[in-house]
Design a protein around this ligand. Structure first.
Ligand code: NAP
Ligand code: G4F
Length: 327
């Protein structure tokens, strides 16, 4: 049996599912923290049933975290659980702060109590940069978050840095820029667009309503980004890293690429709906991952175009028809 044992919070999420696959491939014993729900939420990890051990706990409940650590006895903890959808953070700002901010402190306290030798990964976010003074952003760019989610993540980021410095924990933050996949939630813009393009192509819908088409993001493939998490915990020194592709694209670019892939004209189907425009926006997020490339040897493998096409094809397949798309 492997002496590498990992506990993943948020294992039922997009990143949790890819990270669990990667760690199993690397020979880890994988434990996943799940919160109680009245319906099953483990669709993304159904194919890993029997290979991962699920433990019930919640970032809102300190004792449950201690219990999960005592049961799993991990050598590494990946804290991916969060309220991760930015618009929801304006509707539920306090809950977002509890999950995505203070929840990090609860986990760090549980680690101090149960086993301070655990290596800890915190899922920080480019959303912390918000209103940016420079582009691209790196580890030294100041934070000016533009959403309650970004503010909560900035707290989670700095408490991780502080516990590393206060208690000498091996605690690191990955400042990850947007990363996507066919497992992305349907409410995020990439998936909303690829699902929308596929639906329109299949005659299941005629229109796609979006918010700000001018926002720019640095989009990568989730499978590439979870590799960086593992590399950070294997590195000899605990320090924080930006993980990004370094390429920026607007939401409009993404729409054009997805619709082009299915041979449709977006002008005929895409409408701007103010309901999806945010009170404040992070207009331009693009990352400089040269530290991760230099110190960890991390490189993304899937391009923006490949990722968008992969997502459109997966949505076409899921929606019931395989299209041999030629444009
Ligand atoms: P996701 O798909 O939304 O998954 C979030 C996970 O957190 C789910 O497993 C969810 O469980 C769990 N969770 C939420 N609240 C919880 C609680 N109170 N207790 C226990 N579990 C809870 O998010 P993701 O895209 O995989 O992102 C993973 C992490 O990276 C998040 O922290 C996110 O904020 C951060 N991040 C993501 C990106 C990105 O572009 N994807 C970029 C930077 C940072 P349920 O299944 O029960 O809802
Ligand atoms: O896909 P999004 O909702 O992602 P956002 O807000 O950048 O957050 C994601 O990435 C963060 C990393 O920077 C993570 F920390 C976070 O957990 C999450 O994974 O929106 C991307 C952009 C925004 O500028 C938004 O205003 O797309 C714009 N957008 C335009 N129309 C839309 C829509 N976003 C959504 N969700 N829905 C729309 O209809």
């Amino acid at each position: 049996m492997s002496d590498r044992r990992a506990l993943i919070t948020g294992i039922t999420g997009q990143d949790g599912s890819y990270l669990a696959e990667l760690l199993l491939d690397e020979g880890y014993q994988v434990f996943g923290m799940v919160r109680r729900a009245s319906t099953e939420s483990s669709e993304r990890i159904a194919h890993l049933a029997g290979r991962v051990t699920l433990l019930q706990a919640d970032l809102l409940d300190q004792f449950s975290l201690v219990g999960a650590l005592e049961e799993a006895r991990p050598t590494e903890v990946y804290n991916l659980a969060a309220q991760s959808f930015v618009p929801t953070s304006w509707r539920q700002p306090v809950l977002t702060a509890e999950f995505s901010g203070v929840g990090v402190t609860r986990m760090l306290e549980a680690i101090r109590m149960v086993d301070p030798s655990v290596r800890f990964y915190q899922a920080s976010s480019s959303e912390m940069f918000g209103k940016v003074p420079e582009a691209p952003q790196n580890e030294l760019t100041p934070f000016y978050p533009r959403s309650p989610y970004g503010v909560a993540k900035a707290y989670g980021h700095f408490i991780t840095v502080n516990y590393r410095e206060s208690y000498d924990l091996f605690a690191v933050s990955g400042i990850l820029f947007n990363h996507e996949s066919p497992r992305r939630g349907l409410e995020f813009v990439t998936r909303k667009i690829t699902d929308g393009a596929a639906r329109i192509k299949l005659g299941l819908a005629d229109e796609l309503r979006l918010g700000n088409l001018d926002a720019k993001r640095d989009w990568g493939f989730a499978g590439d980004y979870v590799r960086a998490m593992l590399m950070m915990l294997r590195h000899h020194e605990p320090t924080d890293y930006v993980v990004a592709s370094g390429e920026e694209h607007s939401v409009r670019d993404l729409v054009e690429l997805a619709f082009e892939h299915v041979g449709l004209d977006p002008e005929r189907h895409v409408r701007v709906d103010p309901a999806f425009v945010r009170p404040t926006e992070s207009d331009r997020l693009v990352g400089d991952a040269s530290k991760a490339r230099r110190e960890l040897g991390w490189e993304p493998r899937v391009s923006f175009r490949e990722m968008v096409e992969m997502m459109v094809d997966a949505d076409l397949a899921r929606l019931g028809e395989r299209h041999d798309v030629t444009v």
